[in-house]
Design a protein around this ligand. Structure first.
Ligand SMILES: N=CN[C@@H](CCC(=O)O)C(=O)O
Ligand SMILES: [Mn+2]
Ligand SMILES: [Mn+2]
Length: 322
């Protein structure tokens, strides 16, 4: 699924973001006191991996700044209370140099595969949504190494956008799932994609048509209400039941602009964290979640670290069990 290249050095692990409050009471640990630098033979746990890139956002005519997302998420997570049983690691950050996006995505894939091969649950911190093509390459590489011939991978994207733009024009933060379609076709793998929280006003007719042609499970932002939540849960459970492995990707612009102002394209409506979080927990607890990433945090446009705090809380929730 990905070109062979093991020529890159692994990124250095900078642990300086892991600082914060230390409580004198017993049994009061916080993330910064518990996260360890990743090593190849560490006991499997939750592993954070940064992807410092906004090359895809720039190519997609968006607002740059997402390259600083991984550091902002780590800083926000550092002070959160620690409730995990298992270990958590920081595996460093893959940096996209200039516009060398394809190289960075490949290196991210290699790092994700390495953590999966070692039995970890990787949570990748973006970075623009071009992160998804790197994350997915990592999962694909790992599954191939395990001998899977045509694995049924379900991609669940919480996003205001399909990100199914035709990559023939430009490969960007708007194309990762169309790039994955191409890879799946090339290798005769099924493509299973759910895009939840889509804004009709922010996606063209062509994109809705492409989603329909690809059999995408689509739920629009306006369909998310307390009254319809159970029906959406059932849709997601059915989707997960048809898959062997799940990759969850969360684009923070799925949230209302008031909850997530620090993104390239803030949502006029969006889906509230209060509705997304229980859905994420169901996906987490499905037993099939292999990989997650959080995309599009742009600290330059954040207000009082609101979006970084949401991203950190999502990492906290995603890794609460296991
Ligand atoms: N990853 C972002 N994708 C959106 C961005 C939309 C916008 O910038 O307004 C897209 O390409 O549709
Ligand atoms: Mn997106
Ligand atoms: Mn989006």
């Amino acid at each position: 699924m990905s070109a062979d290249s093991d020529t890159h050095d692994t990124p250095p692990i900078d642990m300086t973001a892991w600082q914060g409050r230390v409580d004198p009471e017993p049994d009061s640990p916080r993330w910064h006191q518990c996260v360890q630098p990743w090593t190849a033979h560490a006991t499997p746990g939750a592993t954070l991996l940064g992807f410092a890139s906004d090359a895809g956002v720039k190519r997609n005519q968006g607002r740059p700044g997402a390259a600083d997302g991984p550091l902002a998420i780590r800083r926000a997570l550092a002070n959160l209370a620690w409730h995990r049983q298992g270990p958590a690691y920081d595996a460093g950050t893959v940096v996209c140099e200039g516009d060398a996006l394809e190289d960075a995505q490949q290196r991210l894939g290699e790092r994700v595969a390495e953590t999966l091969d070692a039995g970890h649950f990787p949570v990748v911190l973006g970075g623009g949504h071009e992160i998804a093509f790197g994350s997915w390459q990592g999962l694909a590489r790992h599954l191939e190494a395990q001998g899977s011939k045509a694995p049924r991978v379900g991609i669940i994207n919480l996003d205001a956008h399909f990100d199914l733009r035709d990559p023939v024009h430009v490969r960007s933060s708007g194309t990762p799932f169309a790039q994955i379609v191409d890879q799946c076709e090339m290798h005769d793998w099924p493509f299973r994609y759910a895009c939840l929280g889509v804004s009709r006003a922010s996606n063209t007719r062509a994109l809705f048509q492409r989603a329909e042609d690809l059999g995408v499970l689509v739920r629009e932002d306006r369909e998310f209400t307390a009254a319809t939540f159970d029906a959406i849960v059932r849709d997601v459970e059915r989707f997960v039941a048809r898959c062997e492995h799940v990759y969850l990707t969360i684009d923070l612009d799925v949230l209302p602009a008031a909850e997530a102002p620090g993104v390239s394209a803030p949502a006029a409506r969006g889906v509230s964290l209060a509705l997304l979080e229980p859905l994420i927990e169901i996906i987490r607890d499905s037993g099939k979640l292999r990989l997650a990433d959080i995309a599009e945090l742009n600290p330059e446009h954040d207000i009082d670290s609101r979006t970084a705090k949401v991203a950190a809380r999502l990492v906290h929730q995603l890794t609460l069990t296991g």
